[in-house]
Design a protein around this ligand. Sequence first.
Ligand code: C2E
Ligand code: MG
Ligand code: MG
Length: 612
Amino acid sequence: MSFKQKLQSGIDTVVNVDESEVAGQAYRLGDEFVQLQNASIMMVDDELITMRVLQSFLEEVGYHEFILVDDSVTAMDELRKHRPDILLLDVAMPKVSGFDILKLLRQEDEFAHLPVIILTSSSDAATKLQALDLGATDFLSKPVDSSELALRVRNTLAAKAYQDQLAYYDPLTDLPNRHLFQDRLRWSTSCALRDKGKLALMHVAFDDFNRVTDTFGPKVSDDVFKQLAVKLSGNIRVADAIGCEVVNTDESIDVFRFGGADFTLLLTSIDAIAEAGLVAKRIFEVMCEPLNADGTDVYLKPSIGVAGFPDDASDPATLLKLAVGASSQAIAQGGGRLQFYSTEMNESSLRRMRMEADLRRALAENEFRLLLQPKVSVKDGNIIGAESLIRWHDPARGCISPVEFIPVAEDTGLILPIGEWVLREACNILMSWRKQGINLKMSVNISARQFFEGDLVALVDSVLNEHNFEPSLLVLEMTESILVDDVDTALEILAQLRGLGVQISIDDFGTGYSSLSYLKLFRADEVKIDRAFIMDVTTSKEDQALVYAITYLGREMGFTVCAEGVEDSEQRDYLKKIKCDEYQGFYFSKPISHIEFSALYFSEKAASGHPG
Ligand code: C2E
Ligand code: MG
Ligand code: MG
């Protein structure tokens, strides 16, 4: 939460206090000021002990955010880094004095109005005058009296909050205004630059708001505008940007009134500009509900423009220009749509949005199929299991690869119902095998969100209870990169899964961390070497070394090793030479339907002379 926001929470009461009361320091200690106590207080003093004493005085009256700086040389950097709400500044310090700091900070736009209380042991009027000239807000004499300190800090913060309310907040909606937005934009881009992070700026325009004013007049339109502000600011959360509930936060994203019927949002700490698409989706959802104009339902169409920093622009002014330009383009195209500045982003966001809608339909209309790819023993070529691989038969586009839709399903959370469908379908096939006398293992791919978010253990448990096959016939495949995301939780879940009797396989080994110590930690039953290492295994010495090392480790540590993507007999022969256990690949069979799989199984069995 920004300092202005923190103060804002306490402002409703503060503004009721008569300004002369503020100036006259006639303060009541009470609940009304609790929000002010969330202010962050920076102290700069060469004596740490003095600052500690002041901190304990202030803690006693409820303040809890402190930044103590005992090296005045670093004071400006610390100020820029932390942007405190108030500064308590000692005057007499070696190297850089309090006056030097005061002079410097007043030259920077963002600190022009920062409240600074000067701590001075000098009772000399000239020193105080000099401090005032340099822009000090107030004084405190050392040694500092605790109640005097509390009162000064409180008064200064309250007066600042009142000023901020006038300067930085829109009086109609109470939302932070364009000035505060500009300030936050500068601050956020400089943080992103420092942390090598990304930031998306969204400009949300309601160009059809004029209609409301024209139809209902200014009084009703003000009321509708207030509803609009509440709708936007109360419903857009950080979790919408990340796109999942794993983020344990209900924190809302700041919405600024940019001017007219325009709003801006800043998405900080995002991994990809595309995440703005999820926030836009939420805004469209929220705006499907009508606003109430004096008893009449009014629907407004948001036109949303997005530009990313540093991808699209490397300075705040250009970033803003691009986002506003993008929303104008959205309006020009009929409004009620999202437009990224980058065409590439635009296309991929459109594709994703369409795909999400299509995936929901696919789930309802049962458009998914499960194919099986045989897993084969390297030694004798016998089929020893199958990996289930999902396919989506879209009526319009035909067969869509999981590589394309699983990531979208992950982002949107649709992977949970889709993953459950896969697991149930795979178990149904296991049961039908049982009836046919096929006793093979079935591997099922588990994605990150399924592993950490859905209750995988409960799901597997209930599916096992519904069917009666040997649990060890079910193998759950997950990539190492999923497991290392949160090792402790992963180990806990793995232990519970093992407790149910199912087997664990590490998929695509070699592409992620490929840490041998993790292999030991996860105690997998199987490790699958990624296709990338099998592709050139007959020619590349490095790939041979990796495949050999994993095979050797598997033998020593007691896990099965399966090579993925074997496409020819030379690759298979190399695996045979090093005594790798299993392989999968087009050389033996592409993924096929379960009916074709059963037929293949029996014909192979007949050919090897062991029918039935
Ligand atoms: P994966 O689990 O590593 O699956 C192996 C992929 O390699 C499959 O692609 C398979 O068709 C392909 N493959 C097998 N042998 C060969 C070969 O010899 N040459 C070549 N070029 N490719 C081969 P597919 O079916 O497109 O699946 C891709 C990925 O999608 C899977 O990689 C898996 O990560 C994911 N996936 C597939 N089905 C599911 C599912 O039901 N749930 C989840 N969560 N993910 C799935
Ligand atoms: Mg797999
Ligand atoms: Mg794989």
